[in-house]
Design a protein around this ligand. Structure first.
Ligand SMILES: Cc1cc2nc3c(=O)[nH]c(=O)nc-3n(C[C@H](O)[C@H](O)[C@H](O)COP(=O)(O)OP(=O)(O)OC[C@H]3O[C@@H](n4cnc5c(N)ncnc54)[C@H](O)[C@@H]3O)c2cc1C
Length: 526
């Protein structure tokens, strides 16, 4: 297959008359952009100040207030709640955890070139979330226990505990949504991963076997007949695996509902309030979040800004803002759905290096995401979600290849968003008691569920509780920042170019993973 779509191909894509590109996301177009809450009126004092009203910030606020209702909590948001990746994602509420399975704190963690292979679902390319781990990192023997910070459990046991906690988090989100009356089109139909060539198939089979030693027991992830029941007709699928630990969600409904629930608990959410600097404790002066309209002082200030972190002074090279893009079709006809099946509404992905992620929406559309322009020079962001025509064409090509019957259906909307990628591609949650600063993120493309785990963990850390959650190995993990430009840009584009090359080679029906993907993994430092 040609690497890029031609101008003629781009023009040939069916688009609905109301086609939109950007405007945050289809999810917000569907429910309408929210009215802004008031901005911070001036300097103020709180017990906890959270920067960023995505899932991470909101889950943290939610669990803090639930645990200690008299706590004074403020959330400062530059735009509106859900403006970031939380209102734009693929709606995979899954147990996938980004990053390698190599235990946290193990040798080579902070250095590039380790053999970790993890990736996030929306990252668009790379070595694997749960189902797409090229090779599982070395574990057990020789892995140092502990993670720094709170001294979390190291070794393989810690990684298994983390994986099980992710599965619990899927159910936790569903339970809280039900308890709070958040209608987010949630269907726990599981996750199906397909392989569409022999190399992908070989990877899928190996990975399922290996994951059975990393917290996925046989009933948590297994191979199934790609053409068996319950049917999901993916053209060209030669193998498939299934995990029940995932749900389809409407991302914007979830984040908007969560913000309302948080507010109802007494949290103050200030929108249109950009934080320019986060200050650590300085002697008797408490930590602070500095905005144009004033500074919020609190005992703890939590950074929950994920792909936008590079805009905050002092954190410019912490997490790379990586783009992921999506398109959504108009609703399919009943006859098309009869052909495709997909009655279980499981979230769907593949085993390519530049993989896709998809869902069947509640109103019968296909939303599919994946590769895009991975990274813009100097960590620049296009934060309204406008997506290059080339990316739209590439996504549509994947859609038409997998679901030829849907290729006549007009595309209704395209958008993009940013996710946060740490130098070692491994998520972190942390609270530094000395400075009073905490943070969570670096989820790559797997933050919908991980942010819930982060929120509950930050609650325990802030309240000084030592719990199972605070012992998980990702707590307190530290990694060095990204290289300065132009190395960052060159490296990212090289890695993505190699992954695309690997996919092209594998589509020629070679039966093993392309060497190009291994080289890409090394350069990426996974
Ligand atoms: C296209 C796409 C598809 C994805 N698909 C999936 C998926 O299917 N499943 C999955 O698990 N993950 C997916 N992800 C990743 C997932 O959406 C994110 O990991 C998750 O939403 C991160 O939540 P967050 O709250 O940490 O960050 P965000 O949702 O990005 O929230 C950060 C907030 O901070 C605000 N902010 C930033 N800077 C400042 C500042 N200086 N002052 C004040 N506020 C500020 C932003 O406006 C934003 O609202 C996807 C991401 C994208 C972009």
């Amino acid at each position: 297959m040609k690497p890029f779509a031609s101008a003629a191909e781009m023009r040939a894509i069916p688009r609905s008359q109301e086609f939109r590109n950007g405007g945050v996301s289809f999810w917000f177009r569907d429910i309408g952009l929210p009215e802004r809450r008031p901005a911070l009126p001036g300097s103020a004092d709180y017990d906890v100040c959270i920067v960023g009203a995505g899932y991470t910030g909101l889950w943290t606020a939610y669990y803090l207030k639930k645990a200690q209702p008299d706590l004074r909590v403020a959330v400062l948001e530059r735009e509106f709640a859900g403006f970031g990746a939380s209102g734009r994602n693929g709606g995979w509420l899954s147990a996938e955890f980004a990053g390698s399975r190599r235990p946290y704190g193990a040798e080579g963690d902070a250095a590039p070139g380790g053999r970790g292979t993890g990736r996030g679902r929306a990252g668009g390319a790379g070595g694997g979330g749960i189902g797409r781990i090229g090779k599982v990192g070395r574990a057990g023997a020789g892995a140092k226990a502990g993670t720094g910070g709170k001294g979390g459990k190291g070794g393989k046991g810690g990684m298994v505990a983390l994986q099980r906690a992710m599965m619990d988090s899927v159910d936790e989100v569903i339970a809280v949504a039900a308890a709070e009356g958040i209608e987010a089109d949630i269907v726990k139909g599981g996750m199906r991963l397909v392989a569409t060539n022999p190399a992908q198939k070989a990877r899928l089979i190996t990975e399922v076997e290996e994951l059975h030693t990393w917290g996925y027991w046989p009933e948590d992830l297994y191979l199934l007949d790609p053409h068996g029941e319950p049917r999901l007709q993916v053209d060209g699928a030669v193998a498939a695996a299934y995990s029940p630990h995932a749900a389809r969600v409407h991302p914007a409904k979830l984040v908007v509902g969560l913000a309302a629930a948080v507010e109802a608990l007494g949290v103050d959410i200030f929108e249109g309030t950009a934080v320019t600097e986060i200050q650590p404790r300085d002697g008797a002066v408490r930590p602070g979040a500095v905005t144009e309209g004033g500074t919020v002082r609190a005992d703890h200030v939590i950074r929950a800004t994920e792909g936008f972190t590079s805009t905050i002074q002092g954190w410019r090279r912490e997490w790379l803002p990586m783009n992921s893009s999506m398109i959504v079709t108009e609703p399919l006809t009943e006859a098309m759905w009869d052909h495709i099946g997909w009655e279980r509404h499981e979230v769907l992905g593949d085993q390519a290096h530049a993989y896709f992620y998809a869902q069947r929406t509640a109103d019968g559309r296909i939303a599919i995401g994946g590769r895009g322009v991975p990274y813009r020079f100097g960590s620049a962001r296009d934060d309204r979600g406008a997506t290059p025509p080339q990316t739209i064409a590439e996504l549509w090509r994947v859609l038409a290849r997998l679901f030829p019957v849907a290729s006549e259906v007009p595309v209704a909307h395209a958008w993009s968003g940013v996710l946060g990628v740490p130098r070692d591609w491994r998520p972190t949650v942390n609270l530094d008691q000395e400075s009073g600063l905490g943070w969570a993120g670096g989820y790559v493309g797997n933050g919908v569920t991980t942010s819930n785990l982060a929120g509950r963990t930050l609650r325990d850390l802030i309240l000084g509780r030592r719990t199972d959650l605070t012992q998980l190995p990702w707590v307190g993990h530290r990694v060095r920042g990204w290289e300065p430009e132009p190395l960052r840009w060159v490296g990212t584009h090289l890695v993505y170019g190699l992954y695309r090359g690997a996919d092209r080679r594998e589509s020629d029906r070679v039966s093993r993973t392309s060497r190009l993907a291994e080289i890409a993994g090394r350069i990426a430092g996974r």
